[in-house]
Ligand binder design. Structure first.
Ligand code: SAM
Ligand code: SF4
Ligand code: SF4
Length: 363
């Protein structure tokens, strides 16, 4: 069963990748999305200084049954696929483990980003039963002092303990650490990466560029970075850290950002208004983003609603004339964005992801 799913997944991803390339070449929708992401909830009990999600209230979110229904539809439309789950804090969503269990039951691989706050021993045991298959913990610095200051509440010990518990219990899930590049963290990206990979022994380390802030309207003001207190002030020092991460990656360390992304980040932090992009924006033909209310969009920043899962089948949203109008409008967008979720995954990255999971537990 697992081998069959592996083969089904590999064949689907390979052929869909080719169809996506054709979509860009002809600017016509010829493929299905391969980057399906959900914000499962808005709520979060942390108090991060660089993210304002915690100020949001729960508002008309899809229920567990509504998620299950939509996930069934997505699975039937896309075959076995990879779902990225973020928030808010996903483990704070009521019934979240039921959603994960459903994904596993119907053949959807899941990656969850978490602040670690709710990862008690009991929660780790549930994770071993139902997933996610890839757990990325957000740890911004190798020291407790810096991380907890940035996060506004003590989360460092919880994260470190959860990683240890999952490893001790023989977990086969992929574990990662994700670090935001910002004033408080950028001078120590390399020691943080080595600490995560060699001391915590996680499978992947990822850096995420500072974005204006999540959940506010001032997000894309052209000069946002000039006033943002978290913007790294010394671009040369940051560049030397990124160069060292590239060297570590070439030497075989599991730095998850593609090399061209690390290069692009140096330019981005010199001036986000004019940084060269590593590749054309792919989101309109590969991304399917779902917010906590079931609204579907291609890009979290452009924020145009293509439809809603409460009333529409995901395939109908993707193929609608309205969606195509949004794509036409997005074409040529030059917004300064380099978040990992905005980049299209290359075939090489997709194969890497596939091999990572196939080696652990298959699809
Ligand atoms: C919005 S959080 C949601 C998931 C979860 N609450 C967490 O913190 O991991 C998703 C990711 O965005 C990162 N993040 C938060 N604020 C950011 C910002 N201003 N710029 C870039 N990334 C940010 C977080 O560290 C996390 O890795
Ligand atoms: S980064 Fe994550 S933990 Fe921090 S406030 Fe935002 S959603 Fe919450
Ligand atoms: S370039 Fe524009 S459309 Fe593409 S991901 Fe960035 S903001 Fe969205």
């Amino acid at each position: 069963m697992t081998l069959l799913r592996d083969i089904e997944f590999a064949v689907y991803q390979g052929s869909n990748h080719l169809a996506q390339r054709l979509s860009y070449a002809t600017d016509r929708r010829l493929a299905k999305p391969n980057q399906v992401s959900v914000l499962i909830t808005d709520i979060c009990a942390a108090r991060c200084t660089m993210c304002e999600m915690w100020k949001l209230q729960e508002n008309n979110e899809l229920t567990v049954d509504e998620w299950k229904h939509s996930l069934d539809q997505l699975r039937e439309w896309l075959g076995p696929f990879f779902l990225v789950i973020s928030g808010g804090e996903p483990f704070q969503k009521r019934g979240f483990f039921d959603i994960l269990a459903h994904c596993r039951q119907i053949g959807i691989k899941t990656k969850v980003s978490s602040n670690g706050m709710y990862l008690t021993e009991k929660a780790c045991d549930r994770i071993l039963e139902v997933g996610p298959d890839f757990l990325s913990l957000s740890i911004d610095h190798l020291t407790r002092e810096v991380h907890d200051k940035v996060r506004g509440v003590p989360l460092y010990d919880r994260c470190v303990a959860a990683i240890g518990m999952l490893q001790d219990k023989g977990s086969k899930i992929v574990l990662g650490v994700a670090t935001v590049i910002m004033e408080e963290t950028y001078a120590d990206l390399v020691p943080t990466a080595l600490w995560a990979l060699e001391e915590l022994k996680v499978d992947r380390f990822l850096v995420q560029p500072l974005y204006p802030t999540f959940a506010t309207d001032e997000a894309m003001a052209p000069d946002w970075f000039e006033h943002n207190p978290h913007w790294p002030r010394n671009a040369e020092l940051l560049e030397s850290q990124l160069e060292e991460l590239r060297r570590l990656k070439r030497a075989g360390h599991a730095i998850w950002n593609p090399d061209e992304h690390l290069v692009a980040l140096s330019y981005y932090f010199r001036d986000p208004r004019s940084h060269p992009r590593p590749d054309e924006c792919m989101v309109r033909y590969n991304a399917f983003n779902i917010d906590p209310r079931g609204d579907v969009m291609f890009c979290w920043t452009v924020d145009d609603r293509a439809g809603n899962l409460r009333t529409q089948h995901p395939r109908d949203i993707w193929e609608s004339a309205h969606a195509q109008q949004i794509r036409d409008k997005m074409k040529g967008c030059q917004a300064p964005c380099l978040l990992n979720c905005y980049r299209g995954r290359s075939l090489r990255e997709q194969v890497g992801l596939f091999k990572l999971f196939a080696g652990r537990q298959g699809f």
